[in-house]
Design a protein around this ligand. Structure first.
Ligand SMILES: Cc1cc2nc3c(=O)[nH]c(=O)nc-3n(C[C@H](O)[C@H](O)[C@H](O)COP(=O)(O)OP(=O)(O)OC[C@H]3O[C@@H](n4cnc5c(N)ncnc54)[C@H](O)[C@@H]3O)c2cc1C
Ligand code: SF4
Ligand code: SF4
Length: 649
């Protein structure tokens, strides 16, 4: 088999060329069998770079192309398009990653050049065995699933719905709003959170294009971009949502009233088993908490709620409902959790009264919260001295190494709120003050002028001396160790991935980064797409961020979804696995291993059979099959062996 191969070595500016001798690599490539042209160029991905490839394909009659450049994740599609424009099938291309694998991992020019040579030679050997492949095109279901009804999910859902398409918004809790619904004011403008969030929540509840499923979770996702089939489990609310008017009579009548610590108020208030967490809740319907309800748990209760409900809306016979939904795209907006400050026992959270976390403080300052907006200690008195500690569990090698981005600003907000609501002296302990956003520095300066004591040094410990809370910290500006007695401590804790993030990632077939948040395709250039086509990310499930950034990302995810819907068709990768029925022994090993559940045993033949529409071509099955019956297109044995031979030659 004689091929005519062109080799193109990229400098990537100085990224590659400052370490790898690109000119000698291109020269050497000319001597390899079947290579008819070889060039090096400053930026192969630029228009002139691609132009070289197109022209050479025509002039030299190239039948295969090798590009030695950056990661194929970055530019494989760019070069495939260049080949296609010149009339060559885009899969007759192979890339050698001489940037991430060579110049970026060593400063040793000789070693880097030798490795680049080996990888490029391997690509040349491999490309000979490439076959033309045709991409499949499938039609797109124009409906979108949004998972998570916090501010980012709400934004994404409204935007897709406003564009005229159906949206299913699935929220785990009985109400939408996420963490923003717990706040009173939001930095940097001190907008009332409810004033800006409630209209959006109401719009979601009323929108003709949005089907809102609360108390619901996605249990299974099958299919592929354009055609996902999603199973949603809706837990019973034990209230008929059509009859319930949200009057609250059942809430007042429940025999467990004021006995169960609330999640929404983070234990600062108590509720009954029938409850409505906040007055602006959407949907404004009561819910009965099956973990505590006496009737549901012990089958014994006088059922005062049922007697109180004039609408006869309470229905204890409700069971789990399963919905099957067909959508083309999915937006995940499942948000974050707060780091459990008790895991850092030096701060006394959970041990000492009046040591609270940021969300508890948010509830305290909220007019509809447990203290009707008053900042008070457990004994009901106003504190005279309050300490706010930054970075609890963030920027700390013992817990989370990353910066949680919003805590400097929310700490500054807390300081302002304490000053605004009380006469207390405020001490704020920080490592750095990170006020990077629009109007953030101005807000910080404003609070500085309000007379807050900013102490540069991380709070090291909170102790109790003779019944008095004492914060110990090193003041790095004074160069002195300080012990400050206070009445209340607010721990501004890290934003962390939700406890069930791994389970959610598995259900949707996406990955997580080392810090546990969902992984985006490219941290800078593709922050809302995942490596699973058609599944996008919005808000804090991707990384900690503030409300402006969560809203912007919600819109960006909606735009990605709409761009798929607008074309009506989507190309899906033709790189899939297939089974040679003659060789398959029907051992089922592949069935259990396939992460995308795309393999079944054909009942008639007893052999494995792969659903190509679902298969992602990851190759797990092919690597595991003891009979060698499975092949993955574009990654067959000949291709891989030729590549290995090229590296070792
Ligand atoms: C103490 C504190 C104060 C803050 N103050 C401000 C401020 O003043 N200004 C500001 O800009 N930012 C502030 N922030 C940041 C703000 O909270 C976030 O930017 C914002 O809440 C992110 O929204 P989200 O929709 O991504 O996530 P979330 O608000 O966490 O919402 C996620 C939603 O998804 C739901 N969900 C989770 N898992 C599932 C699942 N598997 N299925 C279905 N639903 C699911 C959750 O129940 C929730 O409703 C503050 C943060 C903290 C901790
Ligand atoms: S269930 Fe009945 S009593 Fe309870 S809020 Fe709804 S209408 Fe009112
Ligand atoms: S390559 Fe195999 S294991 Fe991977 S998705 Fe396809 S069938 Fe499943």
């Amino acid at each position: 088999m004689t091929e005519r191969i062109g080799v193109y070595v990229c400098h990537c500016g100085s990224n590659i060329a400052s370490v790898v001798d690109v000119a000698s690599l291109a020269e050497k490539a000319k001597t390899w069998p079947q290579v008819v042209i070889s060039r090096d160029y400053k930026y192969m991905c630029s228009d002139p770079g691609q132009e070289y490839i197109k022209k050479d394909i025509e002039e030299y009659g190239l039948s295969r192309v090798v590009v030695a450049a950056c990661s194929p994740r970055m530019h494989e599609s760019t070069f495939r398009r260049a080949l296609e424009k010149a009339g060559l099938n885009g899969y007759l291309l192979e890339m050698a990653n001489i940037r991430e694998h060579c110049s970026w991992v060593t400063t040793d020019k000789q070693l880097a050049t030798q490795k680049a040579l080996n990888l490029t030679r391997a690509a040349v050997k491999r490309v000979v065995y490439h076959q033309p492949i045709v991409e499949r095109e499938v039609s797109v279901n124009p409906a979108t699933l949004v998972v998570g009804g916090g501010i980012s999910g709400i934004q994404a859902a409204l935007q897709v719905a406003e564009a005229g398409h159906l949206v299913y918004l699935v929220e785990k809790e009985a109400y939408i709003g996420g963490h923003m619904a717990q706040f009173d004011k939001t930095f940097p403008t001190l907008d009332c959170a409810a004033c800006i969030l409630t209209p959006k929540m109401v719009q979601v509840g009323d929108h003709p294009n949005i089907t809102l499923l609360t108390s619901s979770e996605v249990t299974a996702v099958e299919g592929y971009v354009g055609n996902f089939t999603v199973t949603v489990r809706e837990k019973p609310r034990y209230i008929n949502p059509v009859e319930c008017t949200g009057c609250g009579d059942c809430v007042a009548a429940c025999v467990l009233k004021d006995t169960i610590p609330t999640d929404f108020d983070l234990g600062l208030s108590k509720r009954g088993a029938a409850y409505i967490p906040f007055p602006q809740a959407v949907p404004l319907r009561a819910v009965i908490d099956d973990k505590h309800c006496l009737l549901l748990n012990r089958k014994k209760c006088s059922m005062e709620c049922v007697k109180a409900c004039q609408r006869r809306a309470i229905n204890f016979a409700q069971k789990d409902k399963y919905h099957t939904i067909q959508v083309g795209t999915i937006i995940l907006a499942t948000g974050y959790e707060l780091f459990d400050a008790a895991k850092a026992p030096q701060y006394g959270f959970g041990r000492y009264d009046n040591v609270i976390n940021g969300l508890q403080f948010e509830r305290m300052t909220n007019a509809s919260g447990p203290t009707q907006g008053k900042i008070v200690m457990k004994n009901g008195e106003e504190p005279k001295r309050v300490a706010i500690l930054h970075c609890i569990g963030s920027r700390d090698a013992n817990y989370q190494r990353y910066c949680s981005r919003v805590c400097c600003m929310s700490s500054v907000k807390f300081a302002h709120m304490v000053k605004d609501h009380t006469n207390a002296e405020v001490y704020e302990f920080y490592i750095d003050m990170r006020t990077f956003g629009k109007q953030y520095e101005e807000f910080y300066n404003r609070v500085l002028e309000e007379g807050v004591n900013f102490i540069r040094g991380k709070g090291a410990e909170v102790t109790k001396v003779d019944g008095q809370l004492v914060v110990r910290a090193e003041d790095t500006l004074l160069g002195a160790f300080r012990e400050i007695p206070v009445d209340m401590v607010i721990l501004n804790t890290a934003l962390v991935p939700r406890h069930d993030a791994e389970h959610v990632a598995q259900v949707f077939g996406i990955s997580r980064s080392a810090d546990g948040f969902f992984l985006e395709s490219h941290i800078k250039l593709d922050p809302v797409t995942t490596t699973t086509d058609g599944i996008y990310l919005a808000g804090c499930c991707q990384s900690p961020k503030d409300i402006p950034d969560s809203v912007a990302q919600g819109s960006a995810a909606a735009a990605q979804s709409l761009s798929v819907i607008a074309t009506g068709k989507v190309k899906i990768s033709p790189i899939t696995a297939s089974v040679n029925k003659e060789l398959c022994a029907g051992c089922r090993i592949c069935v259990g291993l396939c992460p995308f559940r795309s393999i079944q045993i054909d009942k008639a033949t007893g052999r494995a059979s792969i659903n190509e529409a679902v298969c992602k071509g990851c190759g797990t099955c092919a690597a595991a099959c003891p009979s060698g019956a499975i092949t993955v297109l574009h990654f067959n044995d000949e291709q891989i062996l030729a590549q290995i031979e090229g590296v070792l030659a």
